[in-house]
Ligand binder design. Structure first.
Ligand code: NAI
Length: 484
């Protein structure tokens, strides 16, 4: 009995301490203190983008020695997308020096004049809707856009999976397909077409999406449309012989068999050639053209450089000759330009374009900026000491400190493993532990995936919100527009 009481007390104390910590941290984060003002004598760092790279950079940055301006885009002014932008304001509000955040889209970087031009692309425009600002340093982290390989009809007919508003569009489209299939007197062939959901691209994006789509249909829609739910089919089309080529064979097989159990039809060695309004034309391994009628088409065939990035490459010329993206040195300095650092999916490096790489680069770059500031401070101190006729020993020690601060180690990527969700509360993981790769799959991996995901989020508030969202989905199901 005593043991039970001690255990209960320990649990209670832990829960109270944990709750107290969350409340205290939330209060602290919601009431940031005073910031240092803008200082015209300091260099200006312009940060482009609001993805993993720039967010990790801003979170770790000590900006006492810089005036920072962040420009991040928003192409649809929905409430949900705005709340995603909130972390940028939240993070910059917690920096030591006051930071400007502009919602806008950069369309031109001039690496010679050292300026960026950007426009307000929201629906409401003021008298000023476009401007140019100068930078001393530019942190270029604009990400990439969807690769379509110029295939006819993709841009017009497919939904993508890159920006926040893409998810909203897909959700509305799914419900539209289902309600239209349910329309009085709808023909059988049209019902089958409308309930055909096709995902093109068997990389992690396409696979995770097909898995999530299956969960949504099975866990939520089946209850609300019992007559239609069984007729819904999901097809994943992939040009290569396998999905998820970056994972081991064992994990690929596990994914394939889970998809089979979940009745997700995988068509490998099938290359989409054209997309029409209601059907896809693809070439199978026998070089035959096969038609796939669809209601919803989700396109996930990877990334390509944004127009602003291609423009920047052409301005730099010979030093930027990669078709995959921007070339940088081992310190993430853009080749052929002065004062520009590039990170994340807009770059062409040996690393995969993942959140993991971009956030490690962001953290690294924040350290680089601290070192650069430290070096500037030491140089000023050295000049002052020389002018004041300081002792040689003091001058030597300052000069050595300047050398140490100038020695910035190159970026080193530490791979923490690859994780992908495959539906039905199962995930696959390829983890670099025990000096070899540990491949794991199943339910435990799924909970590991969830906790790894939560731990990657930037603020305690976001972690609590996402955790609560998952719990809400588990208990109440996903919210369905037009039905609940
Ligand atoms: P991806 O480039 O990895 O995969 C695209 C797939 O589309 C390829 O397998 C390609 O063969 C296929 N494809 C291309 N054209 C096609 C066509 N016309 N018809 C049929 N199939 C075609 O792209 P994805 O999945 O967007 O991933 C991009 C990057 O983001 C990757 O480096 C990935 O590792 C990372 N990522 C990682 C995640 C995770 O670790 N959980 C989640 C999402 C992305």
């Amino acid at each position: 009995k005593n043991r039970i009481r001690t255990f209960a007390r320990a649990v209670l104390v832990t829960v109270l301490a944990g709750g107290g910590y969350v409340v205290w941290r939330s209060y602290e984060q919601r009431h940031p203190g005073e910031q240092l003002p803008h200082d015209p004598k300091l260099p200006t760092v312009v940060v482009l983008g609001n993805g993993w790279g720039s967010t990790a950079f801003l979170k770790d940055l000590d900006n006492q020695g810089y005036n920072v301006v962040v420009i991040s885009p928003l192409t649809v002014g929905t409430l949900a997308s705005r709340s995603i932008l909130e972390p940028t304001r939240f993070l910059t509000r917690h920096l030591k020096r006051k930071t400007e955040v502009y919602e806008g889209e950069v369309y031109e970087v001039d690496p010679v004049k050292k300026t960026v031009r950007f426009v307000d692309n929201s629906e409401i425009k003021g008298e000023v809707a476009g401007t140019e600002i100068p930078y001393d340093y530019l942190v270029y982290a604009v990400g990439a856009e969807n690769q379509t390989f110029g295939i006819k009809g993709v841009k017009e007919n497919a939904c993508f999976l890159k920006e926040v508003w893409d998810a909203e569009k897909i959700r509305t489209r799914i419900m539209d397909c289902i309600e239209t299939a349910n329309f009085a007197g709808q023909t059988q062939a049209e019902i089958d077409r409308l309930l055909s959901f096709v995902v093109v691209g068997g990389g992690p994006t396409g696979v995770e999406y097909a898995g999530e789509l299956h969960d949504f249909l099975k866990e939520d829609l089946a209850n609300w449309y019992p007559d239609l739910a069984d007729r819904i089919n999901i097809t994943l089309i992939e040009a290569l012989p396998n999905v998820l080529p970056m994972f081991s064979k064992q994990l690929i097989d596990y994914t394939m068999s889970t998809f089979k159990e979940n009745k997700i039809d995988i068509k490998t060695k099938t290359m989409v050639k054209e997309v029409q309004e209601k059907k896809i034309l693809a070439m199978n391994e026998n070089k035959e053209v096969v038609e796939y009628p669809y209601g919803l088409l989700v396109w996930a065939t990877g990334n390509t450089a944004r127009p602003v990035t291609r423009d920047l490459m052409s301005r730099i010329g010979d030093a930027q000759n990669s078709r995959r993206g921007l070339l940088v040195d081992e310190h993430m300095r853009l080749l052929g330009a002065d004062g520009i650092f590039a990170l994340g999916d807009c770059t062409a490096t040996n690393y995969a374009p993942t959140a993991q790489v971009a956030s490690q680069q962001g953290i690294y770059l924040a350290r680089v900026f601290s070192k650069l500031h430290k070096k500037e401070q030491l140089l000023t101190e050295l000049e002052q000491a020389k002018a004041a006729g300081a002792e040689p020993a003091k001058l030597d020690s300052l000069a050595n400190a300047v050398i140490r601060a100038s020695n910035i180690p190159p970026f080193h990527y530490s791979h923490q493993g690859s994780l992908a969700y495959i539906g039905s509360e199962k995930a696959i993981a390829d983890l670099p532990v025990f000096q070899g790769n540990l491949a794991a799959a199943g339910f435990a991996t799924y909970y590991f995936w969830r906790s790894a995901y939560i731990s990657q989020l930037f603020s305690l508030r976001n972690r609590v919100l996402v955790g609560a969202d998952w719990l809400k989905t588990k208990v109440l199901g996903r919210a369905m527009p037009r039905t609940l």
